[in-house]
Design a protein around this ligand. Structure first.
Ligand code: PLP
Length: 238
């Protein structure tokens, strides 16, 4: 456990330095960037170490793992009297899993159809809550990828905004996988431009403020392009 702890601590120190450097290059406040620690390939002990290090935003891409992890971490946090964590659902969401996810996650990054948004809205209404979501955009137009097309994102977001129990708070994208982090830049630039257009048009209103983009491989480039939520797994947990 001790070496696990020091490994995660060292990884985090490096990541925080990289974030600070990227922010100073482009005149951003490092506090405007939140690290979402993606726990899908980490052990529960490693996740607990990350929480001890102050990582309170955690991400999962699979529903069952989201539920299992969140219960274990909640018990740990309570025992240690740590502040509560927020879970981010970052993976593709099937409509029959919406209820379980809403009971667990604070924010869903992967809304890409009106039908899914309507299901989330109905479940949130039944629970007496408002669900915060991001619209996932397929910026690289890869056919195998989830996400709404760039040209359809603003319309989808307007429709979602008209529902009462779901609130779009920004956009999310996944860049094409590549060895060179710079290869991700065009997708991130496209998402930022789309975000700026939508804000300019008033889509989503005041609450519309997040750009979820960048992973272990390319989070520095994403921050240079305006990311407010970076989803980092391997660079933290190895
Ligand atoms: C796994 C995953 C990540 C994190 O990937 P790493 O390369 O481990 O940083 C980010 N976003 C999504 C949607 C993922 O599924």
């Amino acid at each position: 456990m001790a070496s696990l702890k020091s490994q995660i601590q060292a990884n985090l120190t490096q990541i925080r330095q990289n974030i600070a450097a990227a922010c100073s290059r482009c005149g951003r406040d490092p506090a405007s960037v939140t690290v979402v620690a993606v726990t899908k390939s980490a052990t529960v002990d490693a996740v607990k170490c990350a929480v001890d290090q102050g990582l309170l935003d955690l991400g999962e891409s699979r529903v069952q793992q989201l539920i299992d992890r969140s219960q274990e971490v909640a018990q740990y946090v309570q025992r240690r009297k740590l502040p509560p964590v927020r879970w981010h659902m970052i993976g593709h969401l099937q409509r029959n899993k919406v209820k379980a996810v809403l009971e667990t996650a604070s924010i869903i990054h992967s809304v890409d159809t009106l039908r899914l948004a309507e299901d989330i809205n109905a479940r949130a209404e039944a629970a007496g809550t408002v669900a915060e979501i991001l619209i996932q955009v397929n910026c690289s137009a890869e056919p195998q990828k989830y996400g709404v097309a760039v040209g359809a994102a603003s319309h989808l977001c307007s429709l979602v905004s008209s529902l009462r129990n779901i609130r779009p708070v920004g956009l999310m994208t996944m860049a094409p996988l590549a060895k060179d982090p710079q290869a991700a830049r065009p997708a991130f630039t496209r998402l930022r431009e789309l975000f700026e257009e939508m804000r300019h048009d008033g889509v989503g209103g005041e609450a519309f403020r997040h750009l979820s983009m960048g992973m272990s491989q390319d989070y520095v480039v994403a921050i240079e392009e305006g990311a407010t939520l970076v989803r980092i797994g391997r660079a933290i947990f190895g």
